[in-house]
Design a protein around this ligand. Structure first.
Ligand code: 5GP
Ligand code: MG
Length: 188
């Protein structure tokens, strides 16, 4: 047995992702302007999803956002192999060079130590964007995660290692549609 417990099932996730998209769309309309693809003169925004963990969240979220937006993937690594705690953040891809004056939304799967979001935000700020917001699907109920500002949070969860819906253990389980915890033997 590898799956221990289903923490968030696919339907619960889908409902919340639609809710987050509605919040994002409302804020963009208010703070940036009309960004709908069919507008006369749509404002444009840049989504910066952190790979690989946010890949499923990204695919689901953007289909609720018919906006003029660019997607600039950043590959960030902090949990090499079987590590289940942050081992230092490495940005493995080149930063996009077309971010000046852009309204950026950073997208990640989970906020834990907060080091990933803090490092990425700092690097992106150096590109002189118009604004930076942060959206995470999950946030652990621990001080380090709560201390980092996130504009959109899908779910606050207990401090345990989870996989599925994009999140991995040693590269596996990203394809599971639910967010689950693993058994001891699966993490051996
Ligand atoms: P932080 O830098 O906030 O500690 O961690 C953010 C990154 O660590 C996430 O993007 C994710 O890749 C990884 N991470 C943190 N907690 C978990 C977890 O419970 N499960 C998995 N699979 N990855 C996690
Ligand atoms: Mg990640």
């Amino acid at each position: 047995m590898r799956i221990n417990r289903v923490l968030l099932d696919r339907h619960t996730i889908a409902d919340r992702v639609a809710g987050i998209a509605a919040e994002i769309a409302e804020d963009i309309a208010r703070d940036v302007g009309d960004a709908h693809v069919e507008s006369e003169d749509p404002k444009d925004v840049t989504l910066v999803p952190l790979m690989t963990g946010s890949v499923i969240f990204l695919a689901d979220l953007i289909r609720h956002l018919p906006l003029m937006m660019r997607i600039r993937l950043l590959t960030v690594s902090s949990y090499p192999g079987k590590a289940t705690s942050n081992r230092g953040v490495t940005i493995e891809s080149a930063l996009p060079d077309d971010l000046s004056n852009q309204h950026i939304l950073i997208l990640d799967d989970i906020l834990d130590s907060g080091r990933t979001i803090t490092a990425v935000r700092e690097q992106l700020l150096a590109r002189h964007p118009a604004s930076i917001k942060v959206c995470v699907l999950l946030r652990k109920k621990i001080d380090s995660a709560m201390a980092v500002h996130a504009d959109y949070v899908g779910f606050d969860i207990e401090d345990e290692f989870v996989v599925g819906y994009g999140l991995d253990y040693d590269g596996y389980y990203r394809n599971l549609p639910d967010v689950v915890t693993l058994t001891q033997s699966a993490m051996a």
